[in-house]
Design a protein around this ligand. Structure first.
Ligand code: SF4
Ligand code: SF4
Length: 202
């Protein structure tokens, strides 16, 4: 989880999505800081983004670094004490140049994403061809990644032969390693007895 926050802070400018009248709305937002419990970002109180955050209190966050390590989060946000803004300006000196007159009004707001779940999807190739780690923070719970082989498996081995990520092991039933599964679906379509369930998403 902390690794995911570190990556988002390092990428800094990430995509944060909300929903307005049932329609997704995405924009690039800077991650200003993080701690053990979540990530911090700012917005202006006059922006539609602010009103969507206040109304829906939910966001999706996506970012990817130069090594093709992606982070996805979904979770709950809340507005926090505006006095924290001084600390965020200290940690992000470029803000001083952008908003030199910030103290003359109270147009900013600070939001904290402190409850949610997500995954780090590592396509850097450093550990494996692909590596996926799911996590949750606050009161949320993890949805395990990947397709799932059920008890209906007759151990024919067809799924293992078509898996491009070497994620399937023999067993009774055969087993998919969720950290290695790309959710590509090759095994799902190859299984002669429909023994494979589709992934649940984060
Ligand atoms: S969905 Fe794709 S990556 Fe995952 S186990 Fe099946 S074949 Fe392998
Ligand atoms: S293809 Fe289906 S039945 Fe065959 S080993 Fe894989 S999950 Fe089991």
């Amino acid at each position: 989880m902390k690794k995911a926050f570190e990556i988002l802070r390092d990428v800094k400018s990430v995509v944060i999505s909300t929903v307005k009248d049932g329609i997704p709305q995405s924009r690039i937002i800077d991650i200003m800081d993080y701690d053990d419990g979540g990530i911090y970002f700012l917005t202006g109180k006059t922006k539609p983004f602010y009103r969507q955050l206040k109304r829906e209190k939910k966001v999706a966050v996506t970012g990817m670094n130069k090594e093709y390590v992606q982070v996805r989060l979904v979770g709950d946000v809340h507005e926090i004490d505006i006095r924290l803004i001084e600390k965020l300006f200290d940690k992000n000196p470029e803000l001083e140049k952008l908003f030199p007159t910030r103290n003359e009004n109270d147009s900013f707001s600070v939001f904290y994403l402190s409850n949610g779940k997500g995954e780090v999807f590592d396509l850097s190739g450093k550990e494996n061809k692909m590596n996926r780690v799911r996590f949750a923070f606050g009161k949320d719970t993890v949805n395990e990644a990947g397709c799932i082989i059920t008890e209906s498996c007759i151990e024919c081995g067809k799924c293992k032969k078509v898996c491009p990520f070497y994620a399937i092991s023999e067993g009774t039933p055969f087993v998919i390693n969720p950290k290695l599964c790309d959710e590509c679906g090759n095994c799902y379509y190859a299984c002669p007895v429909s023994a494979i369930d589709l992934p649940k998403g984060i």
